[in-house]
Design a binder for this molecule. Sequence first.
Ligand SMILES: NC(=O)c1ccc[n+]([C@@H]2O[C@H](COP(=O)([O-])OP(=O)(O)OC[C@H]3O[C@@H](n4cnc5c(N)ncnc54)[C@H](O)[C@@H]3O)[C@@H](O)[C@H]2O)c1
Length: 356
Amino acid sequence: MSTQYRVAVIGAGSIAKYSHVPGFQRLPNCEVVALCDVNEARARELAEEMKVPGVYSEAERMLAEVRPEIVVIATPNAFHGPMTIAALRAGAHVLCEKPLALTYAEAQEMFAVAAEHNRILTVGTHLRLSAPMQAAKAQVDAGFFGKIYAARTVWQRRNGIPGFGSWFTNHDLAGGGSLLDIGIHALDRALYLMGYPEPVTVSGATFAEFGPRAMGLGGWGSDIQKPAPNARYDVDDFAWAMVRFANGAVLSLQVAWASHSPETLTTELYGTDGGAQISGWEGMEMFTMLNGQEVAIRNQPSNDRVSSYFKLIENFVRRIGGDESADIPTPAQALVDVRIIDAIMRSAAAGHEIAL
Ligand SMILES: NC(=O)c1ccc[n+]([C@@H]2O[C@H](COP(=O)([O-])OP(=O)(O)OC[C@H]3O[C@@H](n4cnc5c(N)ncnc54)[C@H](O)[C@@H]3O)[C@@H](O)[C@H]2O)c1
């Protein structure tokens, strides 16, 4: 019989309900044994609905009593670092939600603790495992693009500010807004295809033009405040950045929770032999020269409807079981993501480019 893993989830909000608990419950070698939330009633309600036996309101107590092999951190961002470290020290492998950490230094410390305790720590940047991204990665590996010298990656929403007035828009609990929340997903998509080159300079700017006017609200989140006029909002809702890498390549990042623009989730690659536009879910269009002609090739949309989140959970558990081929964000990859986001925030605050 294969090893059985007991899984505990800290934070019983939206992502726990829709991704983590059902995702681990689908795996025959995992059992979700406990849920922990400061809002104990919420944890209890989800536990009853999804038949999870343990309910806790204090993470330390749960870790000490349950001693789970796997812990998922699905709390507001500010708790990701401390809770991940506590779970690693309690002997668990950890899937921490994105953003992994609020600063590069914090992320480095988290991976140092994981290494010290010989545990696997990964992060919920799952979009790499979507069908269009996997199709693009196969083309990168096959050499379709030649040398990739530039990329543009965009996640802009028209009205998608999450959890207005909740932790999502409170800087002390979220650490930032759109950049940390969806910027890290857009960034990771590009870096995955570029091979996580080493960043050398970063120039970024952030804005908060919609949230303070209670405009562009997405309407989701567990503790949203309605009506909203005096709700706290001190995070960004728009961010642009330019990154230069040691290998000479450049990356342009555009992020918005809310903006006067169409909804866009896309990553564009520019290579010496070919280029591509990779959409969020629909597929990919590739561009190259064929027999002296400029051609565009639309790849056949995949029939693969397995969610990229479930694939990440599945790969994480396979990796814990020793399968080195299971694709999850590695420490080196996750650190490049956090390092760039950290530098964009510092560049935006300073008003000029930052050298790393
Ligand atoms: N990977 C993805 O695509 C993805 C998608 C959605 C959310 N997320 C991330 O997941 C995390 C949670 O997001 P959400 O949408 O579920 O938010 P949410 O507000 O719905 O849930 C957060 C939960 O954490 C609980 N909580 C707060 N402080 C706690 C503490 N100290 N200990 C235990 N529980 C605590 C809250 O009571 C709440 O129930 C965030 O970091 C977010 O960025 C990731």
